[in-house]
Write a protein that binds this ligand. Structure first.
Ligand code: HEM
Length: 142
């Protein structure tokens, strides 16, 4: 799936804000995920998922850091996300339905922090971006 120039501009602009604090926004998104959809915690038995946990901040930083990185390659997201796609499909085997839940939580966090920038066009573009990332990360399931 490709992005229009307007979508690319909106994604790059929003991701620039995420890049300033991936651990902060990432941990908020994960905390929302664990609170709103507690079944998702089953994938994280090996880390401390309590409120304010350093583990959650570290993992949140990795997840949003991967989004920051992938946004630098909007014309080759498959290549950029290939290793993560292998990891989620072959090692972690995360149920694909969970990607919609996490994407929703990421959108909510961004909307809360950047209400002025998060207009309808940016919302739609970032939603599409997360859907493309999710499609790639779940593309190798067998
Ligand atoms: C690991 C990104 C969705 C569960 C990771 C890592 C990244 C990442 C960057 C670390 C890889 C490494 O350390 O080499 C993403 C992105 C997602 C996504 C960008 C979608 C936007 C999900 C979902 C779940 C999940 C929906 C489950 C609810 C995990 C688990 C690990 C992991 C369990 C391993 C954690 C660990 O052992 O440290 N993911 N992920 N991921 N992800 Fe995802």
């Amino acid at each position: 799936m490709s992005f229009s120039d307007a979508e690319k501009a909106a994604i790059v602009s929003m991701i620039g804000k995420v890049a300033a604090n991936p651990g902060g926004y990432g941990s908020e998104a994960l905390e929302r995920l664990f609170l709103g959809f507690p079944q998702t915690k089953t994938y994280f038995n090996h880390i401390d998922v309590s409120h304010g946990s350093a583990d959650v901040r570290t993992h949140g930083g990795k997840v949003l850091g991967a989004l920051v990185e992938a946004a630098k390659h909007l014309d080759d997201m498959e290549g950029t996300l290939s290793q993560l796609s292998d990891l989620h499909a072959y090692n972690l085997m995360v149920d694909p339905g969970n990607f919609k839940l996490l994407s929703h939580c990421i959108l909510v966090v961004l909307a809360c922090h950047f209400p002025a920038e998060f207009d309808a066009c940016t919302h739609a573009a970032f939603d599409k971006y997360l859907a493309v990332v999710s499609a790639i990360l779940t593309s190798k399931y067998r």
